[in-house]
Structures are given as C-alpha cells and as structure tokens.
Ligand binder design. Structure first.
Ligand SMILES: [Zn+2]
Length: 211
C-alpha cells in the first residue's frame, strides 16, 4: 500500500506516519530526512542541496523528483511506502504518479488558529529531531527527549511572523493537492484537531475499510 500524508505544520504528520508505519509494517519515506542525509555528504549533490536548505529555500521540483525516484529504487519500499513531506505540490504529485500508484492520500486538517497555538507549544530534540508538544505530547522528563535524552529546544523560525508566512505558502501550494486527490477518490480527510490516538484510530478505521 502506498500512502501520502499532508497537512500543515503541527498536524502530527511525523507521529502519525510513524504509528502507521509500525502498524502496517511499511517504511516511511521522509523527504526531510533524505535531504538532511544527502546534505552532509561532501559531493556535488550534497553541496547543491545545502545551497538551498541553508538559506531556507525549498529544493526545486525537478531535483526533488529525481531524489525521490532514486530513493524509491530501494528494496525497502517494494511492499509499500508512506510519504511524509512529498509530494509538496501538484507538479510533484503528478510526477509521483508516473512512478507508483498512490492508494490513499491522507489530509490531516488543522485550522490556522490551532496551528499557531500548537507551534508556540512545540519543542524539538536538538539531537534526533523528535518533535514534542508541551500540551498534547509532552516529554516524560521536562526539557529532555524520551528517545535520546537530548535537550529540547524551540525552533528559531517558530516565530509568529515566520509561521504565518509558511501557512500562507502551505495554503497556496499544498492545498490544491486536496482537490487533486479528492477528484481521484483517494482522499482521506481527517480531523487533525483530535488527539494523537484518536487520529491514529480514525486513519486505521478507513484503511481497514479499504482492504
Ligand atoms: Zn532525541
């Protein structure tokens, strides 16, 4: 089964893809992780990726598409894949369609006001980048990562102005994906305001009904 996840920041994509991956035994392909790994490689590709990421720019579509195409060749994805962070727009979605059949596109819907509120409570592990939320998903020990004991910090670009800019980009570019997958009958519109557990159960319920 090939599944896409999309939704605004703080919609819980990272957590939900991880939970679903464990449940279905299908790996998550996180475009952000792939880019970070490649970026640290000292070659032309790594340097080119760094030239975008380091100034806060998105990787151009053609380049991103090629990176995903290469990644999908891996044996690990032969029984299915859960995408987190790709496709980001219609152009990428159409390209993905040429490579694999998308079974379900899961849209974690969260209103802007709640995104802003959640961002303010967001903490990220400085070592493994695990994401926490002080109200909905707090760490077991204050200020420490559950997984690696790394220090939890607030991202420097989590200011309200920066978030508003990102939300705007998100609405303009990512939301057309909602209509695109809706027209294909592949969209699962999930209420992302519910708890992590409820959202997970809701997704499972729909996927089980598909099978
Ligand atoms: Zn950690």
């Amino acid at each position: 089964m090939n599944i896409i996840f999309f939704g605004p920041q703080t919609s819980g994509k990272g957590t939900q893809t991880e939970r679903l991956s464990e449940k279905l035994d299908i790996p998550v392909l996180r475009s952000g992780d792939i880019l970070r790994n490649k970026k640290t490689t000292d070659d032309d590709e790594g340097r080119e990726i760094a030239s975008f990421i380091d100034v806060g720019k998105l990787i151009p579509d053609e380049m991103m598409n090629n990176i995903i195409k290469e990644e999908l060749q891996k044996e690990a994805y032969k029984n299915g894949v859960i995408f987190d962070g790709y496709p980001r727009n219609l152009f990428q979605a159409k390209h993905l369609e040429e490579m694999i059949n998308v079974d379900r596109a899961i849209f974690l819907d969260v209103p802007d006001a709640l995104v802003l509120k959640r961002m303010a409570a967001r903490r990220i592990c400085s070592k493994c980048r695990a994401v926490y939320n002080l109200s909905s998903n707090p760490p077991k020990e204050e200020g420490k990562c559950n997984k690696c004991q790394g220090d939890l910090t607030q991202r420097s670009d989590d200011t309200e102005a920066a978030i508003a800019v990102r939300l705007n980009i998100y609405h303009n570019i990512t939301e057309p994906l909602v209509n695109y997958y809706k027209e294909q009958g592949k969209l699962l519109h999930i209420d992302g305001t519910k708890s992590i557990e409820d959202v997970h159960e809701e997704i499972l319920k729909h996927l089980t009904a598909d099978a």
